[in-house]
Design a protein around this ligand. Structure first.
Ligand code: FDA
Length: 744
């Protein structure tokens, strides 16, 4: 019987995160690394008070709140936002290319001038096949020659014509002064360096350093049931399908007796005849108060890789990827490949953490590796049969699978009659539970989600909270004092089952008991943020539900006490936040953005997947078609929106104002495509954003405060995106047609 559950080859980020997760789940891991230290390429050493990243500068950045929260369990982060300068032909420029760079190059001073100049120099190519074509088609020859040609050639040892466009195509080209190197919401440098993170990740785990897996393969493999391998994938198979290509680096670190060598953390050197690609001055990563009077810098020299050198970068050409695929197909069942080299993928740290967490979750979900864990129960999919406790210490809850429901409405509509009201939450643990949670917009952090506060403060104040409870298959499961108790609700009158989208099962459908509710599974939303992004406007709402979409969500927060999210001044309502996002991210919007308030459940949202995969370029749940003549009064007599007010508002929005009907954007929730947004210039949204910041406006002689301007936006989001533009002063019918529903 092997002594360890897992032999983990590599004490880098993948191996260490995997080891932590497994150790926390009670598994025994042995970690080996051929280097004399833990931390892999993130290794940091302290040189006279400066945290030097021995294998090149490492800036942590992610858009995933889940990953950000995870890594902050192991370190405090200095909120550093990465800026880079470029040195080309003896001149310094701002990077990535932004309005200042274009000013430095061409003297342009406004976004309009910059756009026009770029248009005039671009050499359009419909489908750029390589890095050179991509650069020429985006920025023209001068910029390509200055910034990209020499640098890429040095970095990769190949002419840009022989490099894939994907190397550069994620680099932003901005027409404003934003010079952030990364767009990500969460960025920082761990105070005290990365190595301390690894010490915590590997706390309590057996680690053997200076141990090469290949020098001790037979012996090491006999020690564990499974192998997690984060070294080169081709070497694992003794290069039997041929060697893969890598790029290596030489680092030259010097300690200098000057206080500040270059004024910032990184300067790139773009010219082909300068042999290094960048100089890093590490003290600039540290908070001001922690910088000594001397400095330390590292020159970075890219070099061809040989089997004696460290393989820092996989070179993901199509030929190499095909070979790597062949190796993946050879993978024995007891082996897990992970990390940059084991996956042969150019991963940043947040991606490595995400993939290690996913691998650990997958392992723990595998029935062959599952062990009873006291006090934990997991859900399994089975929609018909009644739920039961199983013999292995788990409670197996049969949930009527996945669905489009809101906890609040489910809670609000559950009554047992009289004072014994029942309100339910859904406890979803284990991978299936998390998958369900992702589908039904519930809490997925392994905890129990009770979200009763707004019910108490609004209409349903007499409902008591029932914490630690799960509603599934017509049964309430309650967890208390280490025991599950169940209450069967099938005797309830049928109508009491109503929730927003929770459908009552017809009594005679197979396997269904009376009153058994069916929640329909929904496909997960795409996790690629460039395709679908959820933008949340929050004040003090509990946005725990966003953890179901850790990779897609951007939360803006107007609560000055809460620094966990992107802070905005506490002015205006959600419409200002939405417009802020559009203005600030105009150049880097996702293909489709879903805008939503912090607590969307009070309204009736569609399933998030519907927003993600809509046919329409503007997707929302209209509560009805309203006539313009219909007066809306929100309880403030002087703020009634009648037809004249609405027309005046549309005029302000430069939208057609002589329409007779509109559809109200229920709950201020809608998804809109990037293409639709960009039919209008950024300046247009900037103007609307200006309106959102006003304390009040006057429309048709009536004053509307900021709250009610918000309602007016809800009337007309569809018109803003889909309606035809009416230049100010011009009027309605003659020059425009309202498009009504938008389609792609
Ligand atoms: P990593 O290479 O860190 O660890 C693998 C470990 O396996 C190594 O310690 C190695 O010694 C060990 N190993 C291999 N073969 C072995 C064998 N036969 N026996 C025993 N041990 C073996 N990311 C980011 O988010 N922001 C950034 O700014 C940067 N910057 C950056 C700069 C440079 C120059 C590089 C090269 C990389 C970055 N990165 C980055 C990427 C980051 O370094 C990377 O995502 C992670 O370190 C990858 O972690 P892994 O565990 O996959 O590999």
């Amino acid at each position: 019987m092997p002594r360890f559950d897992y032999l983990i080859v590599g004490a880098g980020l993948f191996g260490s995160v995997f080891a932590r997760q497994m150790a926390d789940a009670g598994r025994k891991c042995l970690v080996v690394d051929k280097r004399s230290h833990i931390g892999g390429n993130c290794f940091t050493e302290n040189l006279g008070g400066i945290d030097v990243h021995r294998y090149g500068p490492h800036i942590f950045h992610t858009n995933s709140l889940r990953i950000w929260n995870y890594v902050r369990r192991f370190a405090e982060f200095h909120p550093y936002r990465h800026k880079v300068k470029a040195c080309c032909r003896g001149q310094l420029y701002s990077l990535p290319i932004n309005l200042l760079t274009l000013h430095q190059l061409w003297g342009v001073t406004t976004p309009g001038e910059a756009r026009a100049k770029l248009e005039s120099v671009r050499e359009p190519v419909a489908n750029p096949a390589n890095l050179e074509q991509w650069a020429l088609s985006q920025v023209g020859r001068d910029i390509y020659e200055l910034f990209f040609r020499g640098y890429s050639q040095k970095q990769w040892g190949k002419h840009p014509r022989d490099l894939p466009a994907s190397i550069l195509s994620r680099l932003p080209i901005r027409l404003n002064f934003n010079d952030d190197y990364f767009d990500d919401n969460f960025q920082g440098i761990p105070i005290g360096g990365y190595t301390a993170i690894f010490e915590k990740l590997l706390g309590g785990v057996d680690v053997r350093l200076g141990t090469d897996y290949f020098a001790n393969r037979g012996h090491l493999e006999a020690l564990a049931e499974k192998i997690v391998y984060t070294g080169q994938i081709d070497r694992f198979f003794d290069y039997c399908r041929g060697p893969l290509d890598y790029r290596t680096l030489r680092f030259e670190t010097q300690r200098l007796a000057v206080e500040d060598f270059q004024g910032g953390a990184i300067v790139n050197y773009c010219d082909a005849d300068v042999p290094f690609t960048r100089i890093t001055e590490f003290k600039h990563f540290q908070p001001q108060g922690r910088r000594p009077l001397h400095t330390a810098i590292t020159h970075e020299y890219p070099m061809p890789w040989t089997q004696m050198a460290e393989p820092y970068y996989p070179i993901n050409s199509s030929a190499n990827d095909a070979i790597a695929d062949e190796y993946r197909r050879l993978k024995p069942p007891n082996v897990i490949f992970g990390g940059r080299l084991g996956s042969y993928r150019y991963y940043d740290m947040h991606q490595v953490i995400a993939s290690a967490l996913a691998a650990a979750e997958h392992e723990l979900a595998d029935p062959a590796h599952r062990r009873p864990a006291a006090g934990i129960f997991h859900t399994v999919t089975n929609c018909a049969a009644p739920s039961q406790a199983s013999s292995d210490g788990h409670v197996v809850a049969n949930y009527a699978n996945g669905g489009n429901l809101m906890a609040s409405e489910a809670q609000a509509n559950w009554h047992t009659g009289g004072d014994a009201s029942v309100a339910c939450n859904y406890l979803l643990l284990g991978p299936e539970g998390r998958e369900l949670a992702r589908n039904v917009i519930l809490h997925a952090n392994g905890g129990i989600y009770t979200d009763m506060h707004h019910l108490r403060t609004r209409r349903w104040s007499r409902l008591p909270s029932v914490p630690n409870a799960l509603l599934c298959g017509g049964t309430i499961w309650r967890w208390s004092d280490g025991h599950m108790t169940t209450t069967n609700l099938s005797a309830l009158p049928a109508q009491r089952w109503r929730t927003g989208k929770l459908r009552r099962r017809v009594a005679d459908s197979p396997g269904a008991g009376p009153g058994c509710a069916e929640l329909r599974p929904q496909p997960p939303v795409p996790s690629d943020r460039s395709k679908f992004e959820i933008v949340v406007a929050k004040y003090r709402e509990d946005v725990a539900w966003t953890q179901c979409y850790p990779d897609n969500t951007t939360v803006y927060c107007k609560d000055p006490q809460d620094s966990r999210f992107i802070s905005l001044p506490n002015v205006g309502r959600e419409y200002g936040t939405y417009l802020h996002h559009i203005v600030s991210r105009y150049e880097s919007l996702s293909e489709r953005t879903f805008f939503v308030q912090g607590d969307p459940f009070f309204h009736r949202p569609l399933a998030f997947c519907h927003y993600a995969s809509a046919q329409e370029s503007f997707k929302f749940d209209p509560n009805s078609r309203q006539t313009m003549a219909q007066a809306a009064n929100w309880g403030w007599a002087d703020q009634t929106a009648d037809g004249r007010v609405k027309a005046a508002f549309l005029r302000l929005l430069e939208r057609r104002w002589d329409i007779t009907e509109y559809r109200f954007t229920w709950g201020a929730q809608f998804a809109v495509t990037r293409d639709l947004i960009r039919r209008r210039p950024r300046e247009y949204y900037q103007k609307l954003y200006g309106i959102s910041q006003l304390p009040e406006i006057t429309l048709a002689g009536r004053r509307f405060d900021n709250l009610h301007i918000g309602f007016l936006f809800e009337f007309f989001w569809e018109s803003i995106f889909c309606g035809q533009h009416t230049p100010q002063g011009a009027g309605g019918k003659a020059d425009n047609q309202e498009t009504g529903r938008c389609t792609n």
